[in-house]
Design a protein around this ligand. Structure first.
Ligand SMILES: [Zn+2]
Ligand SMILES: [Zn+2]
Length: 132
């Protein structure tokens, strides 16, 4: 069985981890899908700042913008799809958009240590949810 290591720091934390499933479409049905896990420290440091903002915007039905700035021009945005399972929180499915300027910063972060998924697994549901 695969070791449950944090995708970002490669440590095995004591508590539960957040699991994020990612997908990016390259036109038609050509899809790349991967999964990351974050320990609490990495989540709070690298994910939560933009993630909270993303959820807030989504609740407000705000227009799509880059997760790191206010770029709205869709020709300047790279879109990914995220299904997020954060301990002690609701499951969230959101589109994550990153402008071309911020993509070199965020894309490596969001693919670091990732486990590539075949299409079928991308929709797999993570089982139990618990507190950190
Ligand atoms: Zn970590
Ligand atoms: Zn940006």
């Amino acid at each position: 069985m695969a070791q449950q290591l944090c995708s970002l720091c490669s440590q095995r934390p004591r508590g539960r981890m957040a699991s994020f499933y990612w997908a990016r479409f390259h036109g038609g049905n050509d899809r790349e899908a991967w999964k990351q896990r974050y320990c609490q420290a990495c989540f709070q440091r690298d994910i939560e700042p933009w993630y909270e903002r993303l959820l807030e915007r989504s609740r407000d039905n705000a227009p799509l913008t880059c997760i790191a700035c206010d770029q709205k021009d869709t020709s300047q945005l790279v879109s990914m799809y995220m299904t997020a399972y954060v301990p002690n929180a609701e499951m969230e499915r959101e589109s994550v958009d990153i402008c071309l300027e911020h993509a070199p910063t965020y894309q490596p972060l969001l693919q670091r240590g990732a486990e590539m998924l075949v299409d079928r697994q991308a929709d797999a549901v993570e089982p139990a949810r618990a507190r950190w």
